[in-house]
Design a protein around this ligand. Structure first.
Ligand SMILES: N[C@@H](CCC(=O)N[C@@H](CS)C(=O)NCC(=O)O)C(=O)O
Length: 214
């Protein structure tokens, strides 16, 4: 049995939803409304003491951190593979995935914004500019990798979706919400995002398709 603690607009939850769908796995969605603070409630603390989504439950065991969740799914349910067979390929896919995971999303996270406002007194406009800054830097680096590397194909790594695409597409969604012009600034990312959008696994994972959509 699989269940996913998720929030419709959470980019980290969106990554896990894509991976579950690519694997063809059915799961129970357990919404956690992070803007209402439900991630800090005592019952969710027992699930994830870090108070973040997503969290995956598989046969009674809880996993946290989207990258760990996706790698776990790839090991438990190997087909279709989301990581390449070769070490260099796996390193490249992890490296691309970690750009959104480590260099962008933590800096744009809702909890980060709340703290910047409370601790530093920053305005909504200043926080939005901060988020645009880190999205722009990270996406430019991702684009430059795609352009430079011969492994780039129809998707971020080769001609089938990998874990990197599970991270890229939600980051594009977040960047577009911030008004970043992905189509003109990052044409290779835009091409891959469009290829992903044609696949049902990505369509079903989209925030607009989630039962807890506001
Ligand atoms: N590194 C974590 C990030 C998880 C994360 O930051 N989730 C956000 C939503 S995208 C969250 O739960 N934020 C709630 C908060 O900061 O209070 C992962 O990849 O799973």
């Amino acid at each position: 049995m699989l269940a996913l603690y998720t929030y419709w607009r959470s980019s980290a939850s969106y990554r896990a939803r894509i991976a579950l769908n690519l694997k063809g796995l059915e799961y129970e969605a357990r919404p956690v409304h992070i803007l209402k603070g439900e991630q800090k409630a005592a019952d969710y603390h027992a699930v994830n003491p870090q108070h973040r989504v997503p969290a995956l439950v598989h046969d009674g065991r809880v996993l946290t951190q989207s990258l760990a969740i996706i790698e776990y799914l790839d090991e438990q349910f190997p087909q279709p593979a989301l990581l390449p067979k070769d070490s260099l390929g796996r390193a490249r896919v992890r490296s691309l995935s970690l750009i959104p995971a480590c260099e962008i999303q933590p800096l744009q996270n809702s909890g980060t914004g709340v703290h910047m406002q409370a601790a530093l007194g920053l305005s909504a406009e200043q926080i939005a500019a901060w988020r645009v800054h880190w999205n722009t830097l990270g996406l430019q680096a991702y684009e430059d990798h795609l352009v430079a590397d011969r492994e780039t194909g129809r998707f971020s790594h080769g001609d089938t979706p990998t874990m990197a695409d599970c991270f890229l597409v939600p980051q594009c969604y977040a960047a577009r919400r911030l008004g970043i012009d992905i189509d003109n600034k990052y044409p290779t990312i835009a091409r891959i995002e469009a290829a992903c959008a044609k696949l049902e696994a990505f369509q079903r994972a989209h925030p607009d398709q989630q039962p807890d959509r506001a």
